[in-house]
Design a protein. Sequence first.
Length: 167
Amino acid sequence: MKALRGLPHPVLSLLLTVIWLMLVNTLSFGHLLLGAFLGWAIPLLCRDFLIEVPRVRRPLQLILFVLKVFGDILVANLAVAKLVLGPKERLNPAFVEVPMAIEDKFVLAVLTSIISLTPGTVSADLSADRRTLLLHALDAPDPGQLAAEVKRRYEAPLLEIFQCSPT
């Protein structure tokens, strides 16, 4: 949906209005008016901080990807619990540099969020040119393999799902 000058994010405005009505649990005219005002004002005041979401070109693949990420989070929780409860000598913490092919700010934010949501890894830094992601892993016996896995499991599918060009 194309943004209008006075309504920079129409979908977000509608979503905020609906969320307001759900929070107050009332469909009165006054709350509808207040929700519409909040839905208009919040995106307008925050427009300089919001980034554009690229078009999803493969919605079914996005659903499958989200399910895969949830599965990875579950498996990583179990693996981290096993590592933390075991002997400390088994841990191989490391900082790993992962070269990025993603240029889009939103998709890059999604990738770094996925990495940080998966127990045992956290996005630590992004180079100034956004070409290298530094991540910390609780257990990374082979940092090169971890970097390749991040690119294969997360970066490549995100580049296919969203309409953005890789470098």
